[in-house]
Design a protein. Sequence first.
Lengths: 313, 505
Amino acid sequence: MKTVFKKLFTFVITVLLVTLFVFIAFELIPGDAATARLGINATPEALSVLREELGLTRPFFVRYFSWLFSFFFGDMGTSYSYGVSVRSMLASKLPITLTLTLMSFVMVVVLSIPIGVITSKYEDRPASKIIDVIGQLTMSIPPFFLGIIVTYVFGMILHLFVPGGFVSYNVNFGKFLGYLVFPSFAIALPKAAMSTKLLKTSILSERKLDYVRTAYSRGNSTTDVMYKHVLKNAIIPVITFLGMTLADIVAGSLVIEQVFSIPGYGRLLITSISNRDYAVVQAIIAIIAMLVIIINLIVDILYQVLDPRLRGN
Amino acid sequence: MMIMKRLMALVCAAMIPAVVLTACSGDKTDSSSSIVVGIPQDLEDSLDPHEAVAAGTKEILFNIYEGLLKPDENGELVPAVAESYSVSEDGMTYSFNLRDDVKFHDGKNVTAEDVKYSIEKSAGKLGGNSLIGAFDNINEVSVRNNDTVDITLNEPDIDFPAYIANLNASIIPKDNAKPAENPIGTGPYKYVSRSPQENIILKKFDGYWGTPANIENITLKIIPNADSIVMNLNGGAVDMFARLTSAQTQQLNSNFNILEGEMNLVQAVYLNHSVKPFDNVDVCRALSYAVDVDNILELTSDKKGFPVGSSMFPAFKKYYVDLSDSYPTDKEKAKELLAKAGYQDGFTFSITVPSNYQPHVEAAQVVSQQLKDIGVNAEIKLVEWNTWLSDVYAGRQYEATLIGVDASSLTATAMLDRFVSGADNNFTNYSNAEYDALYEKLYSTPTDAGRTEIYKELQKNLAVNAANIYIQDMAEFVALSDKYEGYVFYPLYVQDFAKIKLKTQ
């Protein structure tokens, strides 16, 4: 309970600070929602009429606190560029970004844990060395570029998907998931490589410890020692890493959405920044902050479940 | 241990759909009359025609809305919601006779009241702004009878029909409370739905009064990332994309026909005449002599593009004078002029370029290189579009900027009025007494021939004084899948989807 309160407090402070910074940033960069909308048709009169209409003439703190107040009561305001409620806009895009993030995360886990276990077991075999090298390579490729390579290989050469052929979840859910497999893969690969390497080193160092020798001396088989003893201890740092990775994946999905033409939060965020549509930007950033904090909370809870030593504290 | 097992089971279960689904995602439904058109940005300003500002928005809305008149592909004004119009002797009253078979997309007939409402709303008489400055000149809009609407002006304006044909003067139903969320017009396509940053769906309007559209369904797919455009086209997700660069078209596969037209804009290094040294005409001329337009075209667009020498593009056939050879490349002469102006050692200035327009960025790089030859150091300053709008365009805080300027309506003044001293949109701060006097003469010249002559003089004035370093009207490339045909270029920033059709086998 105490943890939940602590997390809730962190959340409130984080959202407050993050949104305040975004507001300040919008004050500092040139242009506002009115200049963005009127473009080269902007005359001083037209600008002042539109600014009045959009409520941009109010003082900074009045605008910020009125936004904050409404936000905590669930009203995210109206988008300047679309004229529709931000809430409905974000609600319709949430499944896209969320699916992409979760799918990538599942891939990281699915790829890294078995590969980590196997490569640590057959540490000296050439195949294991090759996997190491491949891992090192994928780790150093930025997700954006990896996205382009994935599109090229799976889309243009193997024709497994149509690049840019995104289908929305409410049109055809199967095709929607099918399309997201490849961008998720592009996000997941470097993270999976890192997680594999971490797990492998973690297992190798655990195996040198005394309790492992004791376990063998009690007559346990190699497999038993591995899964019942070594992995349970070796997985702890990996869980920490996966928690941080999930936050990273959210950020990565914003980038990958650009490459794969996926109309999720990333696209909306970037265009809203250039349109100075701060109602949308604020809401997205607050939601992402919220996601990251919730993820951290889940990781903390998972720790306690996996590591009995932490339960006492 | 239990947890580990469950975790593993979960992981494995999650993997199955991912693998299965991969197999069924590759096909695209290919309905006989639908087309997916890629557009580089969403329609973010407004779907209300009276509030739409961005050229990229207006060119799409052109298919949904119509005014009393509209432009055709030759740049002529043709009747649309109005069947014909007449002007009173004194040039003060325009009477529009409405067609009796024009329907809105919701099935209702267009009435004279709707027209009165639309023009008044567009002119800002019902609150808000007017996006057509010339509509300040409207004194009254009155309904004479069910088929006739009279518009009375404060003073005669021979260009008035061109403003009436502007998309911002489209006719919309009076009883539609929210035109931005529920767009209803009279055009050949009707609005179906949109998903922000994803798509906009249009459907052929069966009750259209004129030549009906050919393709039944249009999906406008938003692809803001320039690198993804080619992949989307080659991968088959998109059937058409306009305004591609020549480099992009070279990467397309053989399933596309590349159509070439002009963008109908004037790309130039626009100079801020209120900062030194651009207040000195010799410096401006020197720079114009130093810049080699052919070389720019060769390096940036594979020699495609139409060199221009003043603020008018060739599609304005009647008004256009070819002044592109006013400053043949001559570095020696450029140096002489610089010396005469007192800059024999050259100088340094910055060219501000919006970073999202790659062709302008590339042209700026070539210009900067060319100017080095005469000792002038041009630094390129990349800014984001909104910063450009606010600092350069509205704030006029810049030295030079490389950009394309287009015409908001089919009038020569749309290109030329921005160089009159003190004009609201004169972002170059050009101030020339002779130019102002010539422009003033337009008001007292009633004949079309007389005015055309003045427009030509105005263009020459800009060329002689090297108001800007003029480059080109850029080539426009449209990629259209070979399943379709019938794309037409307009002398305005317009995409006419109604004429596109499936190729007959």
